[in-house]
Write a protein that binds this ligand. Structure first.
Ligand SMILES: Cc1ncc(COP(=O)(O)O)c(C=O)c1O
Length: 393
């Protein structure tokens, strides 16, 4: 007993504070998936019993997702994740709605910005970007100004929550403005599905997207909500799967896992939120109390992801290699920069909000599995990596 305790104490602590990048899969989700990995191997398109068994699981999963969003079952289509879902919506809007112009923002995820750039090049369409302020809030007046210009059929794509900053968009206001100007609207809701209530019967969007690995489900599976009044054609042609909307044999265990993860996330949303909000506040205070000149990126007083804490550290010799030093200390977190040809450059998001390039951004992002002891551990490790408050060498 004594020996094993000593042994345990010697195990190096590992802290995962990168839940906005991906979340660990819940044990309950693994349990729900296991039968479809071990026993039920039928092809859901087969009409025999093995196929029907698996088809039933997919349709039950669709029902679960639809219920969680207050959508109709026919409005949910499973895909490989957020990237595919957004590509599907944006390309479909040009091909099937005859969209002649896009409006988006400079802080969207690349899975929106890249296909928009590509579509605009391919079909010679204009792309207008809404102004964002230093907190990452899109300017609704600017959006209205752009929509008021008559440039033909328009689709607006604005993300519900920014993955780097945590700043959130008022989705109802966004949908309302688009409706008022007769524009189609798409929102990348990858960071908010399973973390905030979304009711598509109230919030009138044409498309929204979800990804299982952001709410403790498996990777490589997601979904798209397509409002039934504005259907599009499939992105992938071939078979007739997903009601002719997405060809290819379904990722059955992924879909079952996604539905189980979403059901749990929605059912436990309030408890998870309370726990994570406390952790985030605890970490914010600990950072402010212990370190010199700490600032936070994104909207600290308005609507924001409770899962994300983007910290801006003052530049110093010690803080130069922060992400790497955290990693060496057993802590997973993200930086606010991209590495291109060996040189670190600010991410497109930090550039768009005109963040001070001389400061160092670290995004800590939490889940309900994280603890205060982990925050204490990170604060302790940071003492060797950034300048302490009132530190006299
Ligand atoms: C805001 C946002 N959109 C889209 C994606 C992409 O989702 P997926 O990994 O399922 O393609 C991510 C994941 O990093 C994200 O954070």
């Amino acid at each position: 007993m004594h020996t094993s305790l000593q042994c345990n104490l010697r195990i190096k602590m590992k802290v995962y504070f990168d839940n906005a990048a991906t979340t660990p899969i819940s044990p309950e989700v693994i349990q729900a998936m296991l039968p479809y990995l071990e026993n039920f191997h039928g092809n859901p398109s087969s009409i025999h019993a093995a196929g029907r068994k698996v088809r039933a699981a997919i349709e039950q999963s669709r029902k679960t997702v639809a219920n969680c969003l207050n959508a109709s079952i026919g409005e949910i289509f499973f895909t490989s994740g957020g990237t595919e879902s957004s590509n599907m919506a944006l390309r479909g809007a040009v091909r099937d709605f005859g969209v002649q112009r896009f409006i988006s923002s400079p802080i969207e995820h690349p899975c929106v910005l890249k296909p928009l750039e590509q579509l605009c090049k391919e079909f010679d369409l204009p792309l207008d970007l809404v102004a964002v302020d230093h907190l990452g809030r899109p300017d609704f007046e600017d959006l209205e100004r752009l929509l008021a210009m008559d440039k033909g059929k328009t689709l607006v794509s604005l993300m519900h929550a920014n993955n780097e900053l945590g700043t959130m968009l008022d989705l109802d206001r966004f949908a309302g403005i688009c409706q008022q100007y007769g524009a189609f609207c798409h929102s990348d809701t990858v960071q908010t599905i399973g973390h905030f209530p979304i009711d598509v019967s109230q919030t009138k969007l044409n498309f929204l997207t979800g990804s299982a690995h952001k709410f403790h489900g498996p990777k490589g599976v997601g979904f798209i909500y397509i409002n039934m009044d504005t259907p599009i054609k499939p992105l992938l042609e071939g078979g007739a799967q997903e009601r002719n909307m997405r060809s290819g044999t379904e990722n059955v265990y992924g879909i079952v896992g996604l539905a189980q993860a979403l059901k749990m996330a929605v059912g436990e949303m309030d408890d998870r939120r309370e726990h994570i909000e406390q952790l985030k506040a605890y970490m914010k205070n600990a950072l402010l109390d212990n370190f010199e000149d700490i600032q936070f990126n994104g909207d600290q007083n308005g609507p924001a992801l409770y899962t994300v804490l983007s910290v801006s550290f003052p530049k110093s010799v010690k803080s130069e290699m922060l992400v790497m030093n955290l990693d060496i200390a057993g802590i997973c977190a993200s930086g606010g920069s991209a590495c291109s040809s060996g040189a670190e450059t600010q991410s497109h998001v930090m550039q768009a909000i005109k963040a001070d390039p001389d400061r160092k951004t670290i995004r800590f992002s939490f889940s309900h599995y994280n603890t205060k002891a982990e925050v204490d551990f990170v604060i302790g490790k940071l003492e060797a990596m950034v300048d302490r408050k009132n530190y006299v060498p």
